[in-house]
Design a protein. Structure first.
Length: 604
């Protein structure tokens, strides 16, 4: 072991002083007597000098130690205070209340409920195996896991979090030392799986993970506070030194109408179950303000129960799933041709013999429709008629129209994970690509993009961005013009024929209201090849004479024989639209309904 240089020096001097005495058997006094007086005096003289020197060094050392102690105790106390605080002081977080989420009508969608965390100072916990098993059962842990946590030396560890008051009382009943409880919050979602894909959920740290909880996390999250406390050796709080209050997050009002949301959720759920489909989705938008009034996906999940959390259930299919839209794309190419003056609604298009050859590709209809007007091309969803119209438009012009409508770019809706879809640049189009894109193959889009694009027909030819936040004014918003107002009115009139006799959705009826829409049925692509699995869709506006709503429906992989959009998706549209229009107190516009009301008013 190495000695301090000062002590080593003192030791050497002492050894030198008594070196001569140690080599003899005589005592130091006798040794001095045996020598001559002159020799003894010299030795005494030398020894006295050395002893004075050693004494001076020792006194200096003691003075240095005293000065160091005074300096530490009086002038440099930070270190000792920190060490004391480490043993007795704690800074505890005070969680801030997270903002609530409401519907447009003030119905609660998400709130934070009081809860507690259970902590343990491991060095102070004295528990039998039976008590550990009881504690593990109360806090929902495995006994082995709990034992492992409690075995950590001098650790301050959390055993459970977000437990209610009942659990806290059960833990306290065990009367174990070293346990403490800190307040926190637990997120609760009253609407459960009905609004799960809109609201989303938080993790254990109360940070948004999906939906609007994630998109508006900064707004909803408050500012944490803190408590500086002094504890005794058992973990009991003796004194509260300082408190910094927490600042709660702001509340959020969504554009969702809870009444329409439930109808949409229930309708798509029943359709998926009826047709043994893989999944389904529906979105309802106000074409005046751009507010999304309902958004539902099935299968869904319960954000209050993490056992229902599966990736396939959590996915918001309205926002994140992209698919080839099929015939729901046809109205856009036809509208552009109308806008350019290339056709009129009554222009005749020859579709016989039901097949058209484009480059080296044959494009066909389900049957030979013969000579059709443009309006009939829409009603019967003729691929041949659409292709012949679309090929009259320059590729760059058609691509620019699709881009203005929002295809190929993520919608500006402020929702995490919103898909951009795929729209290839016009310079890569050949005649075949232009033809297939015009009837909905060779590009991909999400359901929210389709709904947004169809606002161009519900308005005066301008498209508006959709939003999930409640509008402060509730007034009409200005859109980006894509078509002339007259073109939008002509397209609505033509799309009304889709639900008439001979149209692809002729069975669709919305009592009291006129509707205009378009069906879509496409093969799915799997592993790079088209397979006989379908996506059925329907997108439309209502009332057709003075539109208020845009509704888009998608059913993924219906299994029964009626897999087409007019059979699978259109009934969902009808159920949702009829309920939504009545909920919003929109006046009926069906001429027969109005005429019937007039007769009743006259008492007939």
């Amino acid at each position: 072991m190495r000695l301090h240089p000062l002590f080593a020096y003192v030791g050497r001097e002492l050894r030198s002083l008594f070196r001569d005495f140690l080599v003899t058997d005589m005592s130091p006094r006798d040794a001095l007597k045996s020598e001559s007086p002159e020799r003894s005096w010299q030795r005494l003289e030398v020894s006295r000098k050395r002893s004075h020197w050693v004494l001076g060094v020792m006194v200096a050392s003691l003075v240095a130690c005293f000065c160091k102690a005074v300096y530490i105790q009086c002038f440099n106390t930070d270190f000792l205070q920190r060490q004391g605080e480490v043993r007795y002081a704690r800074t505890l977080d005070i969680d801030a209340g997270r903002g609530r989420i409401y519907t447009r009508n003030g119905d609660l969608l998400a709130s934070s409920l009081p809860a507690h965390s259970v902590w343990a100072m491991t060095s102070l916990v004295k528990a039998t195996d039976e008590q550990i098993e009881q504690l593990a059962q109360i806090v929902g842990m495995q006994p082995e896991t709990l034992k492992k946590r409690l075995s950590r030396p001098n650790a301050y560890t959390r055993l459970a979090r977000q437990v209610n008051e009942e659990v806290v009382q059960q833990v306290k009943a065990l009367k174990l030392t070293g346990l403490s409880f800190t307040p926190e919050f637990k997120r609760h979602y009253p609407d459960g799986e009905v609004s799960a894909h809109i609201v989303g959920f938080n993790n254990r740290e109360d940070i948004g993970q999906e939906g609007m909880e994630l998109a508006q996390n900064a707004l909803l999250t408050g500012q944490k506070g803190s408590r500086r406390v002094i504890q005794d050796r058992l973990g009991h709080i003796l004194e509260e030194v300082d408190v910094q209050k927490a600042k709660d997050g702001q509340d959020l009002y969504l554009s969702i109408d809870s009444r329409i949301q439930y109808v949409a959720y229930d309708a798509v759920r029943k359709a998926v179950q009826k047709h043994q489909a893989k999944a389904g989705a529906v979105v309802v938008a106000d074409s005046v303000t751009g507010e999304v009034l309902a958004l539902a996906s099935w299968p869904s999940f319960n954000p209050n129960d993490r056992s229902t959390f599966k990736f396939d259930h959590i996915r918001n299919r309205v926002m994140t799933d992209s698919f080839e839209p099929g015939s729901t794309m046809k109205p856009f190419a036809i509208a552009k041709a109308l806008d350019l003056g290339l056709i009129r609604p009554d222009t005749r298009i020859e579709t016989a013999p039901g097949i058209v050859t484009v480059a080296d590709r044959q494009i066909s209809d389900t049957k030979n429709y013969g000579l059709l007007t443009v309006s009939q091309v829409i009603a019967k969803s003729s691929n041949v008629g659409t292709v012949k119209i679309a090929l009259q438009i320059p590729p760059s012009t058609l691509w620019e129209t699709y881009s203005q409508l929002g295809f190929g770019q993520a919608p500006r809706i402020g929702f995490p994970g919103a898909a951009a879809g795929r729209l290839r640049p016009a310079k890569s189009w050949g005649p075949v690509e232009q033809a297939t894109i015009s009837y909905g193959y060779g590009l991909s889009t999400s359901l929210i993009q389709l709904a947004q694009a169809y606002t161009v027909f519900a308005r005066n030819g301008d498209v508006i961005p959709l939003t999930l936040l409640k509008s402060d004014s509730g007034h009409a918003v200005a859109g980006d013009p894509v078509f002339r107002p007259e073109t939008a009115r002509q397209m609505r009139a033509m799309m009304m024929t889709t639900v008439h006799r001979g149209g692809t959705a002729s069975h669709l009826r919305v009592t009291g209201y006129t509707v205009a829409g378009k069906t879509g049925t496409v093969y799915k692509v799997k592993d790079g090849n088209y397979v006989k699995d379908y996506v059925a869709s329907f997108v439309g506006v209502a009332p057709a004479t003075q539109p208020r709503l845009v509704v888009a429906v998608m059913i993924d992989e219906p299994k029964d024989a009626g897999h087409v959009g007019g059979v699978v998706a259109a009934p969902v549209f009808g159920e949702v639209v009829e309920s939504a229009l009545r909920t919003l107190s929109v006046n009926p516009d069906d001429p027969m309904m109005i005429a019937g009301g007039g007769l009743l008013a006259k008492g007939l």
